[in-house]
Design a protein around this ligand. Structure first.
Ligand SMILES: *Cc1c(COP(=O)(O)O)cnc(C)c1O
Length: 358
């Protein structure tokens, strides 16, 4: 059977009132419907369906509550000025969902079916996609383990969901550099751990450092490697890039860094523009040396939510680095304009990254 014929649809009887799209807070408002599909050992993935968005009932012993066996994804749908709906490289998110599933001993999902479900759900919820500049519909696919069992073992039952949330512009008045604290005590992930998977535990583990950084007046932390605490990994829940000594450097994937779709897109764009870009091990000491010799030009985080998040100040122990006078750099701005231009259909898409929702 073709995937589109397999998805059952039950429409809501009471549509919610739409929020004020000019004042959306990230991740607080959800649309009228969601996609759900179940897994059991004997049936595999079954019963794919679009149903009204509503609370769910789970056994208090469900494995998800105790041992956190769960994975998620995050991507967005954008409305173009020609009223088309664009997804940005959604196949990459579905592939990563399955890599996360594999790491957490969870069953593989049919990526074509997941993408088809996503498209049908978005087509149904089209009125929920905000149209103002910079706004979008955030898409959260996730899988939870539902078997009621207190033994530490992979669940034999799962549920896959896709929920949608209209979100406002990340930057209301142009992109804005942030202050970052280099984290010396806590670590986000270690090689061999689950850092390469989008799984709940990594984010729970990151909250403490984030709390401490905020108390000190910083907006995020820069994570160093968990073994030697010397090498740069990520910033908050974004990947990170440094423009220094005539090239762009980003930490190489090392078994604890999450492989961002935005990261990959930026590497491809830089290569296309013939700007030197390298993925390698990068020490915080080396960055500080580049700063002292005036060679550290730009630093920016990358991820679906902000696209590009410039770093204006980097604090490492007692050393303070002010980057590009605390202003957004030229390359950061150009990458932001190009990527968002491709997403909103105002720039050409030379890589075929856009998938349209019919
Ligand atoms: C999701 C995520 C990213 C960014 O990935 P994108 O696919 O670019 O959104 C980077 N680091 C972490 C830890 C993440 O969870």
């Amino acid at each position: 059977m073709e995937p589109q014929q397999r998805i059952q649809m039950t429409l809501t009887k009471t549509k919610k009132q739409k929020p004020n799209f000019a004042q959306l807070e990230f991740g607080r408002t959800f649309t009228d419907h969601m996609f759900v599909m179940d897994y059991s050992e004997d049936k595999g993935w079954h019963d794919p369906r679009i149903v009204p968005y509503e609370p769910i009932t789970l056994d208090p012993a469900a494995i998800i509550f105790h041992y956190g066996q769960t994975v998620f994804e995050g991507l967005k749908a954008y409305i173009t000025k020609d009223h088309e709906v664009h997804l940005f490289r959604p196949d990459k998110n579905m592939q990563r969902l399955n890599r996360s599933n594999e790491r957490l001993c969870m069953p593989q999902i049919d990526e074509d079916l997941a993408l088809e479900a996503l498209k049908q759900l978005i087509a149904l919820e089209r009125d929920w996609i905000p149209t103002e500049k910079g706004t979008s519909l955030y898409i959260r696919p996730f899988v939870i383990s539902t078997e009621p069992y207190l033994g530490v073992a992979p669940s034999t039952q799962y549920r896959f969901f896709i929920i949608l949330s209209p979100v406002g512009a990340y930057y209301k008045e142009g992109i804005n550099p942030v202050k970052i604290l280099v984290e010396n005590e806590y670590v986000r992930a270690v090689a061999g751990g689950t850092g390469t998977a989008k799984t709940a535990g990594n984010y729970a583990a990151s909250l403490k450092a984030q709390e401490v950084a905020e108390e000190k007046g910083y907006s995020q932390v820069l994570w160093l490697d968990g073994l030697e605490k010397k090498y740069i990994e990520e910033v908050g829940s974004m990947n990170i890039f440094f423009k220094m000594n005539g090239e762009v450097v980003t930490p190489a994937l090392n078994g604890s860094i999450l492989e961002g779709v935005t990261r990959d897109s930026i590497i491809q764009l830089l290569k296309y523009w013939e700007i030197p870009v390298v993925e390698r091990k990068l020490g915080i000491e080396e960055v500080y040396e580049a700063y002292k010799s005036g060679q550290l030009e730009e630093v920016f985080g990358t991820g679906t939510a902000a696209v590009i998040s410039p770093v204006g100040e980097l604090r490492w122990q007692d050393k303070k680095m002010i980057i590009n006078d605390g202003q957004t750099g030229k390359l950061s701005q150009k990458l932001y304009d190009t990527l968002t231009g491709i997403q909103y259909g105002t720039e050409p898409d030379p890589f075929g990254w856009i998938v349209k929702v019919k």
